[in-house]
Design a protein around this ligand. Structure first.
Ligand code: GAP
Length: 493
């Protein structure tokens, strides 16, 4: 059974993942702050993305362009004219809705067949008493909605001290344009050969009409985008290069999401209809995810053709071409754009990680994060916090491990509860220091210098010499699976 959004929002707040922005002032509803565990999770997501799509590849380089750009960028890209959503306003309560989404939410209805009683009717359904369908405002149920009007989603601002038309610019609504305008800089500096990609992670801003569903649709977002440039005259495996690479990127991403924990049954491909395509796109395929509110876009993979490079060449007067040595001709590359936010995959990884299990008659909530995403990798726990030697060794172990991994120390509860707390935030391993580790001088017993490692998912425990922890975790937090490591050491309960 899939986790509900309410449960996730509450867990995220309670355990320090995600807080509402400016909450003490009532919050904004469209911006979120990442707490101590959220920032680790987000950093891990960005890091694995950068490693897998930039660092290990020979055909992708990175970029970090500025958020504020020359206003002409947005004219050339089409955003000033076309980056709009149709919106409707309620004449009564003044709330604003996206015209194309107004039927996708439950609606308030004062039913004439039941003396005007108020009902909340499920999204897209009619009233089961009078059969009416929604015509008025879905929120207040009273106001007429205006006819749709186009609303530009870009945030406006002014560059410099004077607020006038000439200094008007925008917070970028996508990171992509920073890549296009730097195409020639990167090409010349890095002497690249097609096909190649330029990747970027960065903030983008959209004045969404209806933000919501937690971090799914926000106004301040982060994108991880690749613009992958291909020679439109090339063929690969008998197909035009752009079409071949479009398919390749779809496969790459499907595999990538699964590698870090999304289940295949929660992912699906959705082809954009011709009338839905963005103004620059020849073909767009979304990877949708089964979020708690239903199937929704996780990311988009578009064939942007040569639209952006040609537009920027036209508006800037600078040639943005690639010289094909073999054919001795200048070409404007086509672009395949796999574009994903940070928030949506983060939410999807949370959904797929969440489990409620019963362990010895008690409920256990566990986030089965992939070890690379888990905010905390190792928790070091003393079995008895009254024994100074146990506490000292536990602190020492944490400090040693923390040089390589996020490791925490906790002694604020009994061991069972400490394990549950770590399960709930997805910590893959706990290390426990106990009496056997340090021995008991009163009884003349020497310590064995060993500690217990507990694995989150199986809850199996092994006894390991404390001196070997670095090498054991290098394996466990690298590529060595738990059963292989566990087979080398005695089990304990
Ligand atoms: N450069 C192409 C582009 O920006 P998009 O489909 O508008 O295309 C790409 O956005 C991705 O960015 C989305 O699939 C989603 O992952 C993320 N995204 C877009 N708008 C978002 C928002 N308001 N909140 C959270 N993520 C968003």
């Amino acid at each position: 059974m899939s986790v509900s959004m309410d449960v996730l929002v509450s867990l995220c707040k309670r355990r320090g993942f995600i807080f509402q922005s400016s909450e003490i002032y009532g919050g904004t509803g469209s911006c979120w702050d990442y707490g101590p565990l959220g920032v680790e999770l987000k950093n891990n997501l960005r890091r694995v993305w950068w490693r897998d799509f930039v660092q290990v590849r020979n055909d992708v380089v990175g970029l970090d362009a500025s958020i504020l750009m020359h206003p002409m960028v947005w004219k050339a890209s089409g955003h000033t004219e076309k980056f709009t959503d149709p919106m409707v306003d309620c004449r009564e309560c003044k709330l604003r809705f996206r015209a194309d989404q107004v039927n996708e939410q439950p609606w308030t209805h004062y039913c004439p067949a039941t003396k005007g009683n108020k009902f909340t009717v499920p999204a897209g359904e009619g009233c089961r008493h009078c059969g009416a369908t929604r015509t008025l405002c879905p929120e207040c149920g009273k106001g007429e909605l205006t006819a749709p009007r186009q609303f530009n989603l870009m945030f406006k601002t002014f560059m410099g001290p004077v607020e006038e038309e000439a200094t008007l610019t925008y917070l970028r609504p996508e990171t992509a344009q920073g890549i296009f305008v730097n195409f020639d800089n990167v090409l010349q500096a890095m002497r690249l050969k097609l096909p190649f990609g330029i990747a970027q992670i960065g903030k983008a801003f959209r004045n969404e009409i209806t933000p919501g569903n937690f971090i799914f649709r926000v106004r301040e977002l982060e994108q991880m985008e690749i613009e992958y440039f291909v020679n439109p005259h090339d063929t690969v495996e008998g197909r035009p290069a752009d079409e071949y690479w479009h398919e390749r990127w779809i496969e790459e991403y499907l595999a990538w999401f699964q590698r870090y924990g999304m289940q295949r049954e929660n992912l699906r491909l959705r082809e954009h209809d011709k009338d839905e395509l963005s103004h620059y796109s020849k073909r767009t395929v979304d990877i949708d995810y089964r979020f708690p509110m239903g199937w929704s876009e996780l990311m988009g993979i578009a064939n942007r053709t040569d639209y952006d490079l040609k537009q920027h060449a036209k508006f800037s007067g600078k040639a943005l071409t690639y010289f094909d040595e073999e054919r001795k001709e200048h070409v404007v590359p086509y672009v395949i754009e796999p574009s994903v936010g940070v928030e949506r995959p983060l939410l999807a990884f949370l959904v797929d990680a969440y489990r409620e299990e019963e362990v010895r008659g008690e409920k256990r909530v566990v986030l089965r994060f992939h070890r690379e995403l888990a905010p905390i990798k190792i928790a070091v726990l003393p079995l008895l916090k009254k024994r100074g030697e146990i506490v000292a060794i536990a602190h020492d172990i944490r400090a040693r491990l923390a040089r390589s991994w996020r490791a925490v120390y906790d002694d604020t509860a009994a061991i069972g509860r400490l394990y549950r707390r770590q399960d709930e935030v997805g910590t893959p391993y706990c290390v426990t220091v106990d009496v056997k580790t340090v021995g008991d001088p009163d009884k003349g017993e020497a310590g064995d210098g060993q500690v217990t490692i507990r694995e989150r998912d199986s809850m199996e425990q092994i006894r390991v010499p404390a001196a070997e922890l670095e090498s054991v975790f290098a394996g466990l937090l690298g590529e060595t699976p738990w059963p292989e490591v566990a087979a080398r050491y005695p089990r304990t309960v």
